[in-house]
Design a binder for this molecule. Structure first.
Ligand code: FE
Ligand code: FE
Ligand code: ZN
Length: 294
């Protein structure tokens, strides 16, 4: 059984995220370990973390998926910028090591004109340096839409990074449904074919989390604009097959859809759970509409 959740705000602390997750029927969630623009971290509140740990245990949560700030560019060729990214990643991982069962999800970065090969080797050297500190939290490289010089739009780029890391088992992959489609992998038409390709190029055993997003744009657009489930080019039939796929069971499935309120995520999670139980698109929709909104 997959776990379902969405990206939550850490502004009220760790336990508050756990409570928000329960409110929307989630049993996993994602969060930025610090301000998404990469600012200072607040001091560690041990008691708050303890309370979250208890909540996660009491309610049988799956793995959590922390997201590195978007501003980190591991592929940068600028030594000073690279030093800042390494330092920040080490601080993030030091913090995450206080939580049980959490992944650190990061965008590989953009090579900004140095070329794909140089970018890939920069990413690998940053990860190698960071992991040399002995953190235990796994790092997940996200599949990207391939916007501009962004790395990770092709599975081969992720495979090349992992191979430069001597296939370190601490490095995995997070599949973003909007990004892979935008990157040119037509998941809406052929989910199994795309998973076969991911398996051949990277290895499905490295797939540790899924970002569940519809896309505003057609496959291959390289745009990266997320849409609410069912309102985009992927469609509800696709999300139904996604959560029913035996190859994706037990993975945390994280919504990053443009809902303005938690209630929107609550409805999307209820719909995904109904799909998993075998409901048709119409059944799932009417089931959700009959539910009282709190
Ligand atoms: Fe992401
Ligand atoms: Fe994502
Ligand atoms: Zn995105």
């Amino acid at each position: 059984m997959p776990y379902y959740g969405c990206h939550l705000s850490i502004s009220k602390g760790f336990e508050a995220m756990g409570k928000d997750a329960l409110f929307i029927g989630a049993d996993t969630f994602a969060f930025f370990p610090r301000n998404p623009r990469g600012g200072q971290m607040r001091p560690l509140d041990e008691l708050d973390i303890q309370r979250l740990k208890q909540l996660l245990q009491d309610h049988e949560f799956g793995p959590l998926v922390a997201h590195a700030p978007y501003i980190y560019n591991m592929a940068t060729g600028d030594p000073e910028a690279s030093a800042v990214v390494r330092q920040r990643m080490k601080e993030d991982l030091e913090r995450l090591d206080h939580l049980p069962n959490v992944y650190y999800n990061i965008h590989p970065g953009a090579h900004v004109g140095q070329g794909q090969e140089q970018g890939i080797s920069n990413v690998a050297s940053v990860i190698k340096d960071v992991l040399s500190e002995g953190f235990s939290t796994p790092i997940l490289l996200e599949t990207m839409a391939g916007k501009g010089t962004e790395l990770g739009g092709q599975f081969q780029e992720l495979a090349a990074i992992i191979s430069e890391l001597d296939s370190d088992p601490q490095v995995g992959v997070c599949l973003d449904t909007c990004h892979v489609s935008d990157g040119g992998y037509d998941v809406a038409q052929d989910l199994d074919g795309v998973l076969d390709e991911l398996d051949q190029v990277v290895g499905l055993e490295r797939l540790a989390a899924v970002h569940v997003n519809d896309s505003k744009n057609p496959a291959g657009s390289h745009r990266d604009r997320h849409e609410l489930l069912g309102d985009g080019t992927l469609g509800l039939d696709f999300f139904r097959s996604l959560v029913q796929s035996p190859r994706l069971k037990d993975l945390p499935m994280i919504l990053e859809t443009p809902n303005k309120k938690l209630e929107g995520y609550k409805r999307e999670i209820a719909m995904l759970r109904a799909f998993e139980q075998g409901a048709t698109v119409q059944e799932a929709q009417s089931q959700i509409e009959s539910e009282p909104t709190q």
